[in-house]
Design a protein around this ligand. Structure first.
Ligand code: GRG
Length: 297
């Protein structure tokens, strides 16, 4: 079992800073109060903040100060992720009533405002990067990478593949492709963005990207496993939904034992990425502790 003490201390120190930073950004928006309220509702509903945390951990691993610019890059990613959850929960998509332990955005604000709150968080996620004091070339790289990870070749492509795949049984290769895009690419972007912020060299960037890909795959396999073995109370969202809806998941395709095996193999690859990064001067202690997320729940 991974020792998570230092990671817990780090989270206790930096995540409140991230929350304040996101709240301040939302407060600057000059939009209709109902839209602002809907955006804030889903951001303030919480969530694990794993994606922004990865950016902050990579900066910490290289001793980069966690200044407002770093917090903006981290917050921008959480905005993008939160938009995807609001839209995913809509009746036309996954039709969920509960998210982050609270009623979903459309249940509180109506479908029209929920769509718009998602749209606004998505647009703000990109615009916020251009409002930082980071060098213009760095801003463009971040914007390009975030757009690619979330757009028509990234998360949206994955969500489309997921929806179109509902009518049939996907092969393992097809399922991996859907999940790499739907879930993996934002986690991969977190590592790419972290690498850009610490000015990683080519080899370090490659290892960070690979760590993000492995983390993303593990995240999806684990999410599928939890849908089978966890509870609504622990997850803050409905469980056993995949099974009931005959969804394409790793446990369905591989069986539960093999799904756990695939998870462990993927985590082993992620540990190898960290070992490589450690050789080039990264302090990977906390990043390694993050892998403790994948423990039995
Ligand atoms: C609507 C374009 C569009 C995309 C939606 C994110 C997503 C794509 C769908 C969510 C469906 C889902 C449950 C995917 C499994 C993995 C996942 C992304 C879980 C939610 O992320 P967490 O666990 O959530 O990081 P919190 O609430 O902790 O931020």
């Amino acid at each position: 079992m991974e020792d998570k003490t230092q990671l817990a201390d780090f989270q206790a120190e930096v995540l409140p800073q991230l929350e304040t930073h996101m709240g301040k950004h939302l407060a600057t928006l000059n939009s209709a109060p109902k839209l602002k309220k809907a955006m804030s509702y889903s951001i303030e509903a919480g969530g694990k903040r794993i994606r922004p945390l990865m950016i902050l951990l990579i900066c910490q691993a290289r001793g980069r100060v966690l200044d407002d610019d770093v917090l903006s890059v981290a917050g921008s990613l959480e905005f993008m992720h939160t938009y995807s959850l609001i839209h995913d929960d809509l009746p036309e998509m996954d039709n969920d009533d509960l998210r982050r332990g609270k009623p979903t955005n459309h249940k509180v604000f109506g479908q029209d405002i929920a769509v718009l709150a998602g749209d606004a968080l998505l647009t703000e996620a990109i615009g916020w990067l251009a409002e930082t004091n980071l060098a213009p070339e760095l801003q463009v790289k971040l914007i390009k990478n975030l757009s690619q990870a979330s757009g028509a070749n990234g998360m949206v492509a994955g969500q489309t593949g997921d929806i179109l795949g509902e009518q049939k049984t996907l092969t393992l290769t097809e399922l991996m492709d859907v999940h790499r895009k739907k879930t993996g690419m934002l986690l991969e972007y977190a590592c790419v963005a972290g690498g850009l912020l610490v000015n990683a060299d080519e080899q370090q960037s490659e290892n960070l990207r690979s760590f993000g890909q492995n983390f993303g795959l593990a995240f999806q396999i684990y999410d599928d496993i939890l849908d089978v073995v966890s509870t609504t109370e622990k997850m803050g969202k409905k469980v056993h939904k995949d099974l009931a809806e005959n969804k394409n998941t790793f446990p369905r395709l591989l069986g539960l034992d093999q799904a756990y095996e695939a998870l462990n193999e993927t985590l082993e690859q992620a540990r190898k990425n960290l070992a490589q990064l450690a050789k080039t001067g990264f302090d990977v202690t906390l990043l390694a502790q993050l892998l403790g997320y994948f423990e039995a729940k």
